[in-house]
Design a protein around this ligand. Structure first.
Ligand code: RIB
Length: 293
């Protein structure tokens, strides 16, 4: 089975559903509160594992009960956690999520996730043999991502970089990445002078922009290609938190299982479409037998 390494964040998601967003200084009532496992890194790892590849995870949690729960969740999902470090005297990462009118607003408190260091990653390098791909996002320090991209480049390991939350990237880094997968807003942040169509044309078969309910868009070297999302009613969409992560994990798994780029995007759209039908980032992430491809 192909093996993917995910280097990224682990967080506990604290989710409040409300029918009213408070104004400044105002208090409103919510309708429901729940706690879910999250963090973009952990979400993408779970999505990839369920989509049929082996996954190792590298990241940081606090030396607190929450940190152990975050690690246990990965092991419960058959993900290797030998390189998840516990940072002394640090809290674990948390995300504070408000669900309102079918969409989410998220405040992340990175805590231990921001204490991951490039030198810790170097120590783990010895175990990174035979990797089919490395997946990165932006909830750990940029210095770690940069060091990793350099190492992967030296070793010829493909890198999928999901630039979320949005950040600037220089063109040298973009040149080292195999797949770059921003959503629409992140794409605008990366390529402010280009339309989405112009951006994908500039990076054929490399830049894949996720468009939520509209699916995803890329350029295959000949033309701009749009891959539609699963068609869902408003009632079917319960929680879009983690849909992008599901796309990324499933896409990486599909590429490593030798699907073509077009097939992998279709597969990832299908996984994301299934994931939004349950509350919580990881709850609805499908297993391989629920997916075609
Ligand atoms: O992408 C969704 C994730 O972003 C949530 O699970 C939350 O942890 C935030 O990091």
């Amino acid at each position: 089975m192909p093996k993917i390494l995910v280097v990224g964040s682990l967080s506990m998601d604290y989710v409040v559903e409300t029918q009213q967003i408070p104004q400044q200084g105002e208090t409103v009532f919510g309708t429901q509160f729940k706690q879910f496992f999250g963090g973009k890194g952990a979400n993408q790892a779970v999505a990839a594992r369920r989509a049929g590849v082996e996954v190792a995870f590298c990241g940081a949690v606090g030396d607190d009960p929450l940190g152990q729960q975050l690690i246990n969740n990965l092991t419960d999902n058959q993900i290797e956690t030998d390189h998840v470090t516990k940072i002394p005297a640090s809290a674990s990462g948390t995300a504070h999520i408000t669900l309102f009118e079918g969409d989410n607003r998220i405040i992340v408190v990175p805590a231990a996730n921001q204490q991951l260091t490039a030198s810790f990653i170097q120590q783990c390098l010895i175990d990174w043999e035979n990797l089919s791909m490395v997946i990165l996002q932006n909830e750990i320090p940029q210095t770690v991502n940069r060091a990793l991209i350099d190492r992967c480049c030296e070793r010829g390991i493909p890198v999928l970089y999901n630039p979320a939350p949005a950040t600037q990237l220089d063109s040298e880094i973009i040149g080292q990445i195999t797949y770059l997968t921003p959503n629409e807003e992140e794409c605008k942040a990366l390529f402010s002078e280009l339309s989405i169509e112009e951006a994908v044309q500039k990076y054929p078969n490399q830049l894949i922009v996720t468009l939520g309910a509209q699916g995803a868009i890329y350029h295959d070297g000949q033309a701009v290609c749009k891959v539609p999302a699963m068609s869902l009613t408003k009632e079917q969409v319960v929680d879009t938190t983690g849909a992008g992560d599901t796309f990324n994990g499933a896409f990486a798994a599909a590429i490593c299982r030798n699907l073509s780029l077009a097939e992998a995007i279709q597969f990832a759209n299908q996984a994301a479409g299934l994931s939004v039908q349950k509350l919580g980032a990881q709850t609805g992430m499908p297993y391989l037998d629920a997916l075609s491809g």
